[in-house]
Design a binder for this molecule. Structure first.
Ligand SMILES: [Zn+2]
Ligand SMILES: [Zn+2]
Length: 338
């Protein structure tokens, strides 16, 4: 079959590779759409070992079904939770299997991902699509699920205020989900005017362009004297976690969502005096179901983020566009059957 292979450094090539084998508890999926995630640009930093078929944001139809799988049928339209769990480790037994100690993550070393014509995955990781959701939007269910996880981690309540640091894909989706969850106010900070105005138009968020206005000045105007209930860090920038921390009300929560490669030291005095919570959020637990329900009801329209759709052969073009035309491009989706 045809697949994109990461061969090291920043090199992605379309190659002929074997169709993945699937086990008795697995399925084989014909991939119709697979999106490009920011993490796909960081294989070298994650210490991954080439060759790898990337792709963990995937939708398609079931082509083959393992002999122990009885609740799915061939031809079903589906999306995939890329985190395959062992079911036996302390995390799986403790009810947080998304952090499985033996996780086999699609698109990681040794586990071929969805940037190919077919992908094999545990049947437990398969989620049927509502009829009204197309493959392109469905490929973005995984990024939506990981954004919902941030709010669940923080025990976010209707009417609360959320500050989202970052105007990228994850900033946009967090704002969409904050709206669905009934946030009293959603504030988004970033520095691309084009991105901020799209986020504002689609989510009703109030936005701060930090190249034009200090975040602290912007927050002062929001009439929230105690501070923000929840700040979500989705920039990966050095100074962002402290900006989030300083925005919080006493006992407010900062979610560290992005990987901050070179963080500055957190303001621990503030953390202690205001009894702040700092929590990490990674992957998702029980979030695919609610996201798919919202997508089916037309509440969560992830196609708003799709600015590029290309066949596998144009993977490098798609990645270049995401890198060089950042302000106008949120998400690129590869179409392996095109
Ligand atoms: Zn991702
Ligand atoms: Zn496990």
């Amino acid at each position: 079959m045809k697949a994109v292979v990461w061969t090291g450094h920043n090199n992605f090539e379309v190659q002929e590779v074997p169709v993945p084998k699937f086990g008795a508890d697995q399925v084989l999926v014909e991939v119709h759409a697979a999106s490009i995630c920011t993490t796909d640009f960081h294989y070298p930093e994650f210490g991954c070992i080439p060759p790898i078929v990337p792709g963990h944001e995937v939708s398609g139809t079931l082509a083959e079904i393992g002999k122990n799988v009885h609740d799915l049928h061939i031809g079903q339209r589906v999306t995939l939770d890329p985190v395959q769990r062992c079911g036996r480790c302390a995390c799986c037994a403790g009810g947080y299997g998304h952090l499985c100690l033996n996780a086999r993550h699609l698109g990681d070393t040794d586990i071929p991902g969805g940037w190919g014509q077919w992908v094999a995955i545990d049947a437990k990781n398969v989620y049927p699509l509502p009829d009204s959701v197309g493959f392109t939007a469905a490929a973005l269910t995984e990024p939506a699920a990981v954004c919902l996880e941030s709010f669940l981690r923080a025990d976010f309540q209707k009417g609360q205020t959320a500050l989202i640091l970052g105007d990228g894909t994850f900033g946009f989706i967090h704002a969409m989900i904050g709206r669905i969850l009934g946030a009293g106010k959603i504030l988004v900070a970033g520095h691309y005017p084009e991105r901020l105005s799209r986020i504002e138009a689609k989510t009703g968020a109030l936005t701060c362009n930090t190249h034009r206005e200090e975040l602290s000045d912007f927050l002062r105007k929001q009439n929230l004297p105690a501070g923000i209930d929840l700040a979500i860090e989705c920039t990966g920038a050095t100074a962002a976690p402290n900006l989030g921390l300083r925005s919080l009300r006493p006992r407010g929560t900062l979610i560290i969502f992005s990987l901050v490669w070179e963080p500055e030291i957190l303001d621990l005095g503030l953390l202690s005096m205001k009894e702040l919570n700092v929590l990490g959020s990674c992957r998702s637990l029980n979030c695919f179901g609610p996201c798919l329900d919202w997508m089916g009801q037309g509440l969560l329209n992830l196609s708003e983020l799709v600015d590029i759709e290309m066949p596998l052969e144009q993977v490098n073009e798609a990645m270049d566009l995401l890198r060089t035309d950042k302000k106008n491009r949120f998400k690129a989706v590869l179409l392996p059957q095109a």
